[in-house]
Design a binder for this molecule. Structure first.
Ligand code: ATP
Ligand code: MG
Length: 359
């Protein structure tokens, strides 16, 4: 079949899409956007977008950044309202329009279906009960396993040399199972975070040093920090676990060959997390961990934050599930973006209130 025209593509796009010129006026919207805004393209053409759309986010700043950096920005969970309709929670994407200076393509995904298609971090109910089941099993398996290990060790004292090897194998493999079970149990034991003002760069430094001494010794880890970032409100030990897990995955993705990990921190006010009670927490502290490995296997990309989803031979698939849980407990947000040669995990965290900072 021949490729459809740009016009056909534009009309078929199932996501509300709006084109905005350099002066923030609406130049075009696709049928899906007409439907979403409950108005026609003719009514809106040439109008300033801020007159027609009420968006609960600093959109002017977002557009300015998109134009200045020529890069796409994501704004999650914002209210989008029109004059005559109740606001709907949406995820927005603002991308510079290639070839037209200052023009922006704005995609609006209403949350109901943003959740369905997005790589949301929230743990699905089935996954949560799988963890509960595994925790129970872990507890039950550990005792008999300790018995097996002990018996194998006793046996090996009286065995001929060639059989000792076999007994050692039992002990070693049992240890591997115990380690896996302990990881599962970590979930159950994960206490609610003790949140204090934490300098995120201290956490990153600790993680980086320990990674370079251990699992990431074959990697170069670059720091690109904004030293003026204010403190976050978090549990330093749990945040360390998060960063270590992300660094470990990045190092493992390189598969033993030298690779580069970049840790980038910056301030970005455009992201807000909407809470169940209707309030919104701004999440301006951004930590990005980017590696130049092969990327997340596409077939699991939508599920990597679920437990037991792994693309590695010896992976348990619990690393990112734990990350996701800790981040959610911190009222933060984590997203992944991956193409071969560039995989970025972006962690967004709230700022500690001023009264906390003296601690
Ligand atoms: N930086 C990355 N590059 C490529 N793939 C990644 C990256 N981070 C995660 N993944 C993919 O996501 C999967 C899930 O990661 P997760 O940390 O949850 O589990 P795991 O690393 O397989 O096992 P565990 O962390 O429990 O040892 C990985 O197996 C890998 O396929
Ligand atoms: Mg992992």
């Amino acid at each position: 079949m021949s490729l459809p025209s740009a016009q056909t593509l534009w009309a078929s796009l199932p996501v509300p899409a709006i084109l905005i010129d350099a002066e923030d006026r609406l130049i075009d919207l696709n049928p899906s956007a007409e439907h979403f805004l409950n108005t026609s393209e003719k009514m809106l053409r040439g109008q300033p977008i801020f007159d027609r759309l009420a968006i609960d986010a600093p959109l002017e700043q977002v557009f300015a950044r998109v134009r200045a950096n020529h890069s796409t920005l994501y704004i999650n969970e914002v209210d989008v309202g029109t004059g005559d309709r109740a606001p709907v929670i949406c995820n927005l994407q603002a991308a510079p329009l290639t070839g037209t200076e200052g023009a922006i393509l704005l995609l609006i995904s209403p949350r109901e279906f943003a959740d369905r298609i997005g790589r949301g971090q929230g743990m699905k109910t089935a996954a949560r009960s799988a963890i509960g089941m595994a925790e129970m099993l872990a507890h039950e398996i550990k005792n008999p396993l300790a018995g097996i290990t002990g018996a194998a060790q006793l046996l090996s004292m009286n065995l001929a040399a060639e059989d000792v090897e076999l007994a050692d194998l039992i002990v070693e493999e049992s240890r591997r199972i115990v380690k896996l079970l302990e990881q599962v149990e970590q979930f159950g034991n994960l206490r609610p975070p003790e949140r204090k003002a934490v300098n995120i760069h201290d956490v990153l430094d600790r993680a980086r040093k320990s990674a370079l001494l251990g699992f990431a010794s074959h990697m170069t880890v670059l720091e690109d920090y904004d030293p003026s970032l204010p403190a976050t409100l978090g549990d330093a030990d749990q945040l360390l676990q998060v960063v270590l897990n992300l660094l470990k995955n990045a190092a493992e993705a390189a598969g033993g060959t030298p690779g580069t990990i970049r840790i980038h921190t910056f301030y970005d006010l455009s992201l807000r997390l909407r809470r169940a009670d209707g309030g919104g927490t701004p999440l301006p502290l951004q930590i990005e961990i980017t590696d130049d490995g092969p990327g997340i296997p596409p077939e699991i990309a939508g599920d990597i934050f679920d437990p037991f989803v792994s693309g590695r031979e010896n992976g348990t698939g619990l690393g990112l599930a734990l990350v996701s849980k800790i981040v959610a407990d911190h009222q933060g947000w984590i997203t992944a973006d991956s193409v071969p040669g560039r995989t970025t995990f972006r962690l967004s965290l709230p700022v500690a209130p001023k009264s906390q900072e003296a601690n």
